[in-house]
Design a protein around this ligand. Sequence first.
Ligand code: NDP
Length: 255
Amino acid sequence: MHNPLFDLSGRTALITGSSRGLGRAMAEGLAQAGAAVVLNGADATRLEAAAAALREAGHRVHTARFDVTDEAAILAAFADLDAQGIEIDILVNNAGIQFRRPMVELATADWRRVIETNLTSAFVLGREAAKRMIPRGHGKIVNIGSLTSEAARATVAPYTAAKGGIKMLTRSMTAEWAVHGIQANAVGPGYMLTEMNTALVENKEFNAWVIGRTPARRWGRPEELIGTVVFLASAASDYVNGQIIYVDGGMMGVL
Ligand code: NDP
């Protein structure tokens, strides 16, 4: 049965880092729920390949290629969307990178790169989207956190600091923008099968740790984020504000 609460027809969603991985799966899910999608990535070839695949499946797809750490490029992309009359109703701040290094060996430049890609980008994109959502009186922002929004692990300090920051940025967005009809929430994926984790899946010991510690006893699949992101992008979540929902096979509950 079709439920209009989850219908995204007439909405447009910008998903950062949607040329592959979790972002691409979420973009496809939002498109299946009826939204037009604006795909983003830094690499033009991967971005165009993802756009072609979604168009082939019959979805309405635009592309906005920019590096999420390049503020001037973000401003130009929003100006370009404005010029085309494309209004962003849903923003998914998903683009992110990982970098593993013990803190005593970590260069400040690498710390900054991870913070800027995973956290500062969500602020800048959120600000530019909200400036446009506020006069319209509605909008949905979904920030992608992680289990490290709550719990630290060795060798991923900047990632942990950024994802902890995502949780509090989501609450800050709520504190300032909920009054304007914007719902900002976050999704915290557990260990998911994407390229970011290829080395971990191939590492026998780590793979066994993930499977052993996750109550569901398996890694997550990218498409398993779709239900939660569609919920947070739709009218079904109009009174859900400032939350982080873990999609993690139960991992957060036992960490
Ligand atoms: P992938 O490495 O598979 O994909 C990353 C995506 O982000 C790509 O589309 C990439 O584009 C894009 N991207 C990276 N840097 C930039 C940049 N500077 N500017 C624009 N786009 C960029 O990652 P995942 O899909 O695994 O992760 C997506 C998000 O989910 C991240 O925020 C990650 O931290 C989070 N997450 C992932 C988990 C997992 O288990 N996989 C668990 C918890 C959270 P391009 O193709 O151009 O490089």
